[in-house]
Design a protein around this ligand. Structure first.
Ligand code: CA
Length: 223
């Protein structure tokens, strides 16, 4: 999942970015309303965390412009004020939820997950390939009734492979989707991560699901 944070307070933005990345999200940050609106209009994000008090163009106007351009990306507003008027204004203006500053990170995370879930009722919260089951909401993997504990990064990697089961995914694509960056040719970050994932998902079981396709990448499938 790819998030956009529009927040001018650099400390808050850095803290949110780090926390959300640790929870497996890809995160872009915009530091003012105009930049935020441009990024939001690209339509590449699954959700936007939008601060109301922003330089150049405030959050209300960003939201207004976004909805006027018929972009339906879910928006979670961060407001410093707790006035009923602001809440009504935000929700009527097309925000999907709002959070009053200061807030606990755990609450933001919970709200983001609720909004994302609501925005994608058609997306299957449980992905199954052969005897491997991944629950996107609880972020747990099970294979043959055995629970597999995954780090946030391993979860993101396994989720990507399972959503594209049967398709060969290149190292470049994997590094873009899971790490939000391109690693240079010498980097073996993806290989190392795949090796660790195999130790958990494949090694304890009879039939491996993660396969290397020489010169091309990796594919997850039952063979
Ligand atoms: Ca602000």
């Amino acid at each position: 999942m790819h998030l956009l944070i529009v927040e001018d307070e650099t400390k808050t933005a850095a803290y949110l970015r780090r926390g959300l990345q640790e929870n497996g999200f890809r995160v872009d940050v915009a530091a003012n309303g105009i930049d935020g609106l441009h990024r939001a209009l690209e339509g590449a994000h699954d959700l936007i965390v939008l601060d109301v008090m922003l330089p150049h163009l405030d959050g209300w106007h960003v939201l207004q412009e976004l909805r006027a351009a018929e972009r339906t990306t879910p928006v979670l507003l961060l407001t410093a004020r707790d006035g009923v008027d602001d809440r009504v204004k935000g929700l009527e203006g097309g925000a999907d939820d709002y959070l009053v500053k200061p807030f606990a990170f755990s609450e933001l995370l919970a709200r983001i997950r609720v909004v994302l879930r609501r925005a994608q009722p058609q997306s299957e919260p449980v992905v199954t390939v052969a005897d491997l089951v991944l629950d996107v909401l609880t972020r747990r993997a099970m294979r043959q009734e055995a629970r597999i504990d995954l780090t946030a990064r391993e979860f993101a990697l396994l989720w990507l492979l399972m959503r594209h089961a049967g398709e060969v995914l290149s190292r470049t694509l994997i590094s873009e989707k899971v790490w939000d960056m391109n690693f240079d040719g010498d980097s073996n970050v993806v290989e190392v991560a795949i090796r660790r994932l195999r130790r958990k998902v494949d090694a304890p079981f009879d039939a491996p699901l993660i396969h290397t396709v020489r010169g091309m990448g990796y594919v997850l499938e039952a063979r």
